[in-house]
Design a protein around this ligand. Sequence first.
Ligand SMILES: Cc1cc2nc3c(=O)[nH]c(=O)nc-3n(C[C@H](O)[C@H](O)[C@H](O)COP(=O)(O)OP(=O)(O)OC[C@H]3O[C@@H](n4cnc5c(N)ncnc54)[C@H](O)[C@@H]3O)c2cc1C
Length: 376
Amino acid sequence: MTAEEYLEMAARFRREIVEPNAAQWDAEKRQPVAALKQAADAGLMRLETPVEAGGFGLSFLTKLALCEDMSRADMPFIFALINTQNVAARLSATANPRHLSDYVPHILSGDLFAATALSEPGAGSDFAGIATRATKVDGGWELTGEKGWITNAGIADLFVTYAQCDPDAGWKGVGSFLVDATRSGFSRVEPYALSGGHGIGAGGFKLDRYFVADEDVLGGPGDGFKSAMSGVNGARVYVAAMCAGLVADALEKAVSYGAVRTAFNKPLLHHQGLKWSLADVATELEAMRTLTHAAGVLIEEGGDAVTRAAQAKKFATERAVSLIETCIQAMGANGLREEHGLGRHLISAKILGYTDGSIEMMNERIGAALQKEYAS
Ligand SMILES: Cc1cc2nc3c(=O)[nH]c(=O)nc-3n(C[C@H](O)[C@H](O)[C@H](O)COP(=O)(O)OP(=O)(O)OC[C@H]3O[C@@H](n4cnc5c(N)ncnc54)[C@H](O)[C@@H]3O)c2cc1C
């Protein structure tokens, strides 16, 4: 399947399935599992997994286009979908024959949902400070601890899980392990009651002397941390693309509304103050897309994307909340009606300000590059 065919199919899925149902899913405070399976049936999970492993092997830039387009209707839906497909792509890259036969095809078909678990109830930004402990035993490792704020936690049965193998070694002790939720030693915690974004399914799980065989170690001490940090750059860029989708939809609704709603005998859009406020939104949307694309090209080409990914995410997540709020303001009280979805977009933008590193952590990354990149 070509990128164009894939994106056309995704846009059709957005129009026919996601747009008409997103408000209902959120009101019911649940993950739309049936729709995620339907998306898998349509082929949406096959995005990045290589052709030889059953996927479409499409590019990172295609992923960005998908994330922007689908977020126009429902960011939580695409966030959940991307998080599960990420695991299929990752397992295909390591090419363990058992993972390729027992897990990857089931993720692609939507029979199995997957997730990536770095965060814990007591550690988010300070990833090297995770307390989940991995202890070496005969033939593998034993994991004990609790993960929190994990996307798809209630529906996933497969977790790429990070744990500390050597507490004295800091980040150099962090490894990554494949955790199968159907095995003993795994238990879920109650899903979180949140203010919105229920389609993401954020929750947690506990591990009690959970045994991981050596063949299910994805990255040993230190390698686990490095692989998480390299994966997170891509995540930061697709999160920025999701912000662009939220803002693009809010702007489209505000402009369409402003063209027909009149006040003081002329359309709202003919009032200079209102028109200029939306001109600002349009300009910042294009800036968001430009930063996102530049970082995306670096990821695609395998370049050092740390600073550009952080800049794209910082700008997009910091500005999206205020830009969506401007669009709501431009629609007057009608901007609050559920049918427009802008309230959902607002909380979605707020959520994206935390996922894959907060705005403050982006400042840390950019700040660390100041002397190298911005001083002669
Ligand atoms: C809906 C949702 C889904 C998520 N999905 C996943 C997932 O799938 N997998 C996963 O592993 N995690 C996931 N996360 C967790 C996310 O990565 C964390 O929320 C994020 O890393 C921030 O950690 P924290 O919330 O624990 O905040 P904390 O680390 O407790 O920080 C609290 C505040 O202090 C600020 N802060 C912390 N340290 C500093 C500092 N040195 N300087 C300045 N400010 C600082 C932070 O920026 C933040 O504003 C998800 C979160 C949400 C909301």
